[in-house]
Design a protein around this ligand. Structure first.
Ligand SMILES: NC(=O)c1ccc[n+]([C@@H]2O[C@H](COP(=O)([O-])OP(=O)(O)OC[C@H]3O[C@@H](n4cnc5c(N)ncnc54)[C@H](O)[C@@H]3O)[C@@H](O)[C@H]2O)c1
Length: 255
């Protein structure tokens, strides 16, 4: 059997009920970690934790609400007596161009996609900095640097996640905390979020075909593709890597 890469590591993964977050939790556990998944979807999160088994707990959590983060970190401190890995995955894709996005949609996107990472980084650093350091991974997207007219809020939020990651990484490096902070920029990944986007447009099939054609490698991604990068960034092997964004996109961003 191959050596496990995250033996004994304690992790929080937001948005763990499904999709990329679930895929990361699954891989982390296979690599020997203990994981708290959090999600706004109570039934989905409970069910996911059951499927993930005894190395997983679920905490009901809206990542856009600061007080709910206090609860998540209190549970982690209590259950784990610390934290080694924080993965900020939860996010939403709310569509609209500059002419049709309203302020509520804009604010929701920023709260769920960007403020969540800010709060997750802040709380994780408190737990990690005097306890041997750790790894923080923020889920951005190729949308951070590939504009789409109908994704003005999403594009902006993911560019914000990338730059926040760099700023937080620089602070942690200079402070000597031993905390590495990186982001992942997936291409199109087969998840419920993608299904929602496809269902929101008139010709979903055509959009899906265009997404597939965007990936020179000949397929869209799977949650496992992103999880493999998360395992690497959370492992000892990535100890010199901080403040970077990693595309997992079948060369989409070069197309
Ligand atoms: N699927 C893709 O093609 C793709 C590509 C690039 C980046 N991403 C990013 O990856 C992340 C996960 O995407 P996914 O495709 O797995 O999405 P998904 O919709 O399949 O899963 C997202 C999870 O986050 C949860 N969530 C949503 N709002 C929340 C909130 N306020 N508080 C807590 N949990 C909340 C949902 O309930 C869901 O379980 C997102 O940040 C997304 O922007 C996805």
């Amino acid at each position: 059997m191959a050596e496990q890469k995250l033996t004994g590591r304690r992790a929080i993964v937001t948005g763990g009920a499904t999709g990329i977050g679930y895929g990361i939790a699954l891989r982390f556990i296979a690599e020997g970690a203990t994981v708290i998944i959090t999600d706004i979807d109570k039934a989905g999160g409970t069910n996911a934790a059951e499927r993930l088994g005894p190395s997983c707990d679920f905490v009901h959590h809206d990542v856009s609400v600061p007080e709910e983060w206090d609860n998540v970190f209190a549970i982690a401190a209590d259950r784990f007596s610390g934290l080694d890995i924080m993965v900020n995955v939860a996010g939403v894709t709310l569509m609209g161009t500059i002419e049709d996005v309203d302020v509520k949609t804009w604010d929701t996107t920023m709260a769920v996609n960007v403020r969540s990472c800010f709060l997750g980084c802040q709380g994780a650093i408190k737990l990690m900095k005097n306890d041997g350091g750790g790894a923080i991974i923020n889920m951005a997207s190729v949308s951070a640097f590939r504009p789409q007219a109908e994704l003005v809020a999403y594009n902006t939020s993911k560019a914000g996640v990338d730059m926040m990651t760099k700023s937080v990484a620089l602070h942690c490096a200079r402070s000597g905390y031993g905390i590495n902070v990186n982001s992942i920029n997936p291409g199109v990944i087969q998840t419920a979020m993608l299904e929602k986007v496809i269902n929101q447009v008139e010709d979903g099939e055509a959009l899906m075909d265009s997404y597939k054609a965007m990936h020179p490698i000949g397929r869209i991604g799977e949650p496992e593709d992103v999880a493999a990068m998360a395992v690497y960034l959370a492992s000892e092997e990535a100890s010199f890597i901080t403040g970077s964004g990693f595309t997992v996109d079948g060369s989409l961003s070069n197309n």
